[in-house]
Design a protein around this ligand. Structure first.
Ligand SMILES: Cc1cc2nc3c(=O)[nH]c(=O)nc-3n(C[C@H](O)[C@H](O)[C@H](O)COP(=O)(O)OP(=O)(O)OC[C@H]3O[C@@H](n4cnc5c(N)ncnc54)[C@H](O)[C@@H]3O)c2cc1C
Length: 388
């Protein structure tokens, strides 16, 4: 078995499989990817039918990055010769006195010259009669929002990376990473792989790998869940007729038209209990389900139906809920990609950025805000601000 590579990627979830793909596009067989579980497993953050892709974000930098993420997906679709993203349009909803500032979104979109519509409650309900909204609710409709089919995207990145010559190994848990004379050694059981540059895309497991290298990130891990409901009104919630939506308040909910299952999907953002990657369970939390059902009974009653299933999943968040995309302090050739529990839409772009950093040490994309030594990651008293 080959032991020497130029590049090693640890973790082949959404971000790691994308990194392996973009590295393999440039460096083929010089790339090794290592995944501790089977590829496509459901223990992390990236395995489901759908994730929200959108341009509407709370800062101009994220809006710009979101736009560039569409270009990265388009490059993958071109190589695949088939579409991945399913455009539906996206509706961000602000009830009166909402907890999340609408101005952050409208000013960021305007700053980046991205078109959007502001709609009042009667206009929204005329366009999408399934919504039941109180007077004073405002909607921001942005037409480019799309379903990003997570499981399909991961499989595509994996398949294309292998087609370019990358070696991707599953059931290969990395136990230690050490540096020796400019080389990096990666231990998997009794196997030791060597490389010049390494990317850690391990999300909830990040600190298990970075702490022995001197960096422990202040990450909060929560067990989240989404539920698929077998609505009897499937046609009304078809992707071409019903948008992705986000309720911009506390609690914050989000939902999808019918995709992947014969039902709608809804979840609460940051609604779960704090866990670790080891203590998490796969058991749905009944109170969380009830919160979602009572919200839908009030605002989108026709989207409800018998529960098809509820799927649990891990959020991993720094205090400011911004990504970590940077080299490890003291290790210029070891890079970390951590998605702050909103990164799937950016997965292919982050993969491209990690490939640039690992091979050239820099990236042309706006990543200055994701430094590993920023105050929110250094100051132990930094406030946690997860709702953005
Ligand atoms: C319920 C839910 C809804 C979400 N909705 C959205 C959304 O609508 N839009 C959006 O953009 N984002 C969304 N996100 C966030 C997004 O899914 C994540 O940010 C993204 O999937 C993180 O990808 P990842 O590759 O970093 O993590 P993961 O997929 O968890 O991958 C990390 C991988 O590293 C592996 N690993 C860890 N340690 C080791 C080791 N020692 N050796 C080998 N392998 C190792 C793990 O097994 C795992 O496969 C959502 C997340 C959840 C949970």
């Amino acid at each position: 078995m080959r032991r020497d590579f130029e590049y090693v990627v640890v973790g082949l979830g959404g971000l790691g499989s994308a990194t392996a793909y973009w590295l393999a596009r440039g460096f083929g067989e010089a790339v090794l990817g290592l995944e501790q579980f089977e590829i496509g497993h459901a223990r992390g953050a990236s395995q489901d039918h759908s994730r929200i892709g959108r341009l509407s974000y709370h800062t101009p930098a994220y809006v710009q990055l979101a736009g560039e993420s569409y270009a990265a997906w388009a490059a993958v679709e071109k190589e695949l010769e088939s579409r991945l993203l399913v455009r539906t349009g996206g509706l961000d909803l602000w009830p009166l006195n909402a907890a999340i500032p609408m101005d952050d979104y409208t000013s960021s979109l305007s700053d980046q010259n991205i078109a959007y519509e502001l709609l009042d409650a009667p206009e929204i309900m005329a366009r999408w009669p399934a919504f039941v909204l109180e007077e004073g609710t405002t909607g921001l409709f942005q037409a480019d929002a799309a379903i990003v089919p997570a499981a399909k995207c991961n499989a595509a990145h994996i398949r294309l990376a292998r087609a370019h010559g990358a070696m991707l190994l599953d059931n290969s848990p990395v136990e230690s990473i050490t540096t020796r004379g400019g080389e990096i050694e990666v231990s998997v059981g009794s196997d030791v792989y060597r490389c010049r540059s390494l990317v850690i895309a391990a999300d909830a497991w990040t600190n298990e790998l970075t702490a022995p290298l001197g960096t422990k990130l202040p990450l909060t891990i929560t067990q989240e869940q989404v539920t698929y409901f077998a609505t009897p009104h499937v046609d009304e919630f078809a992707p071409e007729r019903f948008p992705i939506w986000i309720w911009m308040d506390e609690p914050s909910f989000y939902g999808f038209p019918v995709y992947g299952e014969q039902g709608t999907k809804t979840g609460q953002d940051v609604g779960g209990e704090e866990v670790t990657a080891t203590t998490r369970t796969f058991d749905p939390e009944p109170h969380a389900l009830e919160r979602v059902q009572s919200f839908l009974r009030k605002h989108i009653p026709r989207s409800l139906g018998p529960v098809i299933y509820t799927k649990t999943c891990l959020y991993t968040m720094p205090p400011d809920r911004d990504f970590v995309i940077d080299a490890l302090p003291g290790h210029p050739n070891i890079f970390v990609a951590q998605g702050a529990a909103h990164a799937f839409k950016f997965a292919s772009l982050i993969g491209k950025i990690m490939s640039d950093l690992a091979s050239a040490g820099r990236s042309g994309h706006p990543i200055d805000g994701f430094k590993i030594d920023r105050p929110a990651l250094i100051d132990p008293a930094a406030p946690k601000h997860f709702l953005v």
